[in-house]
Every structure is written in C-alpha cells, then in structure tokens.
Design a protein around this ligand. Sequence first.
Ligand SMILES: Cc1cc2nc3c(=O)[nH]c(=O)nc-3n(C[C@H](O)[C@H](O)[C@H](O)COP(=O)(O)O)c2cc1C
Length: 148
Amino acid sequence: MKARIVYASMTGNDADMAEILEEGLQELDFEVESSEAEFTDASDYLSSDLCIFVTYTYGEGTMTDEVADFYAQLKELDLSGKYFAVMGSGDRVYADHFCENVFDFEKIFKQVGAKELTPPLTIENAPDDEAIAAIDQAAKEMADQLND
Ligand SMILES: Cc1cc2nc3c(=O)[nH]c(=O)nc-3n(C[C@H](O)[C@H](O)[C@H](O)COP(=O)(O)O)c2cc1C
C-alpha cells in the first residue's frame, strides 16, 4: 500500500508529526513518500492509495500562500477511489480557529471524492509523548481500516 504524506510546517512541529507518522506507517509495511507542500504538486497524490496532509494553522485560520496554493491544486483533482487522512498542530489559544486548516483540508479531500480513513488528529504545538502515541495509534488505525 502506497502512502503519500504532504506537510506544511513553519517552525517544525508539523514536519515532526509527518516524520513520526512516516516511521509509524513504514513499520506497518506501507511504502511512504513524504514531502513539503511548498515543493509538491497535489497531483502527486494520484500515484498513492492513501493521501495524507499534515498542516499548521496560522493567522486565525487564514491560509498562508503555500497552503492556499496546495489547496487550490487539490481542489482540481479527482481522488475518487483513494483514501485520505488529515492531521496537524495548532494552539488552543486560537479557540474557534484551532487547527482550522486541518478541517479545511478534510472538507476538500471529501469534496474531490476521497474516502476518510481516520478522523482528523489535532495536537497542540510540538508533539509530546502523548501526541507521539496518538500519531502511532492513528497509523495503526489506518492499517487496520485498510485490512478490514
Ligand atoms: C502568528 C500565529 C498565528 C497562529 N494562528 C493559529 C490559529 O489560527 N490556529 C491554531 O490552531 N494555531 C495557530 N497558531 C499556532 C501554530 O499553528 C502552532 O504553533 C503550530 O504548532 C505551528 O506548526 P509548525 O511548527 O509546523 O509551523 C499560530 C501561531 C502564530 C505564531
């Protein structure tokens, strides 16, 4: 099973999440490719079975240019027959905007026909031990769902 992880990260928290997830999926025998949104075209998802997006949220939910560009590319795709999962890091100080971009991407993946494999996973700031365990658990759930 091929998984493609695309991530957006300014200060490293989402890059760390992506790396933890990549290692978790590899241990579960997924073939994983990982890259930054800024240097990736959303059409790269077309060669994967499982499409994953990991993102920060800045500016009270307003997308930064790199995230907005990737979102615009994704919007034009047809991902029917593919699975997706979204996750990301935010800060609860931003209340109603907590991890808003994660949920924006959940909506757009659904809109382009992909099937959600696991619920969005949100963490606060840098991944601590609890967050690492939650990411590993999400990887396991992805594998379990696909094996059902
Ligand atoms: C100026 C600024 C605006 C932010 N706005 C939000 C926000 O709207 N919602 C949210 O959940 N987190 C917000 N955050 C918190 C970041 O998303 C959080 O620190 C995240 O871990 C950063 O991820 P990164 O290290 O991958 O860039 C903001 C942080 C800064 C500095």
